[in-house]
Design a protein around this ligand. Structure first.
Ligand SMILES: [Zn+2]
Length: 319
């Protein structure tokens, strides 16, 4: 059974519109009202009730959506391995989705990067007995308060037990549940904490926020990310995967290598347009007004990061 086809057959889940509204509102607030509520608060509120959708991938791998970033689950007689843990308030619904796969315990959790919509669930997954794996950068950022101005949010440190205990400073390969699980570091790119996970036998890769399928991405300029790093990271991933790979994006539906290539080409095209305008001496607002993303807006401009927001991210991320 081919996962992406199943995924395409599923209707777009309710979560996306809720989150899109929250993020769009948050961006307007970020520009106009420093005292207003962070979109992070609204997203956490939405996550309290959003249902979790399970999409079968290949082998015994499943994608769970509806708790912030997408979650990948490998089920096996040895237990489960997860990539990313979503937002903590989704715990009852994520647990229900995990139990629907099997009643085996979670043995490992790999955090793709430090952002709360991927690591907040570390709190309960660690209590369930899992070993948490992440880059040294993620460990550093979740161990202290981290500010993201674009989200009007300061993320408090995770509690001690929820901080990853297996710290990676270079690529590492695990053998778990009948899969060769290759953890590959890509920093800096979306942040300065990123990695992605390749399940060799299943030919499935969990890309974290290096890939937002069909939508403009957030890039965390303030914490080591940037448009150039994103492009470099995606080029590295594209060079390492074959055409038949199934991709779990950080946000959006299950994807193909072709879709990742199109996403990467969009990043390159918009980077070039914004850089050319910036080189002419145009201000950030003038560059936004010139609509350097116009060619891609029909495809990518309908979600959390709208065309104006993405233009500002690219402009501010150019070195
Ligand atoms: Zn992220």
């Amino acid at each position: 059974m081919n996962g992406p086809f199943l995924a395409r057959a599923l209707p777009r889940v309710f979560t996306w519109s809720v989150l899109a509204c929250a993020f769009a509102a948050g961006h307007a607030l970020a520009a106009n009202d420093e005292t207003s509520v962070s979109p992070v608060v609204k997203i956490n509120e939405a996550a309290k009730t959003t249902p979790i959708t399970a999409t079968p991938l290949r082998g015994s791998l499943t994608m769970l959506s509806g708790s912030g970033g997408n979650i990948t689950v490998l089920d096996s007689p040895e237990g489960k391995l997860m990539v990313d843990a979503g937002i903590a308030v989704s715990q009852p619904r994520v647990e229900q989705a995990l139990d629907a796969i099997s009643h085996r315990p979670i043995r490992y959790l790999i955090d793709t990067h430090y952002h709360w919509d991927h690591t907040d669930g570390n709190r309960w997954v660690s209590k369930a007995g899992a070993t948490i794996v992440a880059t040294a950068g993620t460990v550093k950022r979740v161990s202290t308060s981290t500010r993201v101005d674009f989200w009007k949010a300061t993320f408090p440190p995770l509690p001690a037990g929820a901080i990853p205990s297996e710290v990676l400073t270079s690529n590492r390969t695990y053998h778990f549940g009948g899969q060769t699980v290759e953890v590959r570091l890509l920093v800096p790119s979306h942040t300065d904490t990123d990695l992605y996970v390749f399940f060799r036998e299943a030919n499935v890769a969990s890309l974290g926020d290096l890939f937002w399928n069909g939508v403009y991405p957030f890039i965390d300029n303030q914490n080591g990310g940037g448009i150039d790093g994103m492009i470099k990271g995606d080029d590295a991933i594209l060079a390492q995967l074959d055409d038949d790979v199934i991709l779990v994006p950080g946000h959006g539906e299950v994807g193909t290598k072709k879709q990742l290539q199109a996403f990467r080409d969009m990043l390159v095209g918009i980077r070039a347009n914004v850089a050319a305008l910036k080189a002419q001496g145009k201000s950030e607002d003038e560059v936004v007004a010139a609509r350097p993303t116009a060619k891609w807006d029909d495809v990518y401009g309908h979600f959390v990061i709208n065309p104006e927001f993405f233009t500002r991210i690219v402009y501010e991320g150019l070195k």
